[in-house]
Design a protein around this ligand. Structure first.
Ligand code: GRF
Length: 203
């Protein structure tokens, strides 16, 4: 049985973090999952958040998952923030970093510390609509199908090898909020599965 430790980075509500934690099933002090076929056990060992108001932190506390606040406003550069993130992740012996609504652009510092060990989820069918307000971008463009993408993180924002995608139909009645809600349901479904599948390949 190989243990793989996950570190989650979140800036906001943390619904993806909660979905991952739930999918991995709860234990007393950590969250874990067992995939007997592949003999691995996944545990979330820490949640790092950059915004003191992030509800993700409360969710982690409710699940007894350690939290660390690294407020980006206290750092002189993106690189310095990423060095602190890396230090915390290493201290928690993290093998794989999960960006779940992490609203900071990452640098080579973090990529070098965790090469091919950073995953992200984005609310569009990449490579369409990268960047901020992806749901709004898709709605404004008038696409009939959008969705979400799990990918390995590279230096270029919202690029990197695609691991999983799910499609969502855009209805004429959709608003940004209604479309976002439909996409999030899919995010919560595919992200835990993609993480587990990726971890199986990491062995
Ligand atoms: C998700 O829609 C994700 O695709 C994007 O940020 C949002 C985070 O939502 N990267 P939550 O904090 O997980 O609820």
């Amino acid at each position: 049985m190989k243990k793989i430790f996950l570190g989650v980075l979140a800036s906001g509500s943390g619904s993806n973090f909660a979905a991952i934690a739930q999918a991995l099933s709860q234990t007393d002090s950590y969250t874990s999952a067992r995939t007997d076929d592949f003999k691995i056990e996944l545990k979330i060992s820490v949640l790092i958040y950059n915004n003191p108001q992030a509800y993700a932190a409360q969710r982690a506390k409710d699940l007894n998952i350690p939290t660390v606040l690294l407020d980006h406003r206290e750092y002189a550069s993106r690189e310095k923030l990423d060095q602190s993130i890396s230090d915390v992740l290493k201290a928690y012996e993290v093998d794989l970093v999960i960006m779940a609504g992490w609203m900071r652009v990452i640098t080579q510092v973090l990529l070098d510390a965790f090469p091919n060990r950073l995953l992200n989820i984005h609310p569009s069918l990449l490579p369409s609509f990268p960047g901020i307000r992806a749901v709004e971008q898709a709605l404004t463009y008038g696409v009939k199908i959008t969705g979400c993408t799990v990918h390995v993180v590279s230096l270029e924002v919202d690029r990197g090898p695609i691991l999983a995608q799910a499609a969502v139909e855009v209805l004429p009645t959709d608003t940004t909020a209604s479309l976002q809600a439909k996409i999030q349901l899919e995010e919560h479904r595919i992200y835990p599965k993609a993480i587990t599948a990726y971890c199986q390949k990491l062995q």
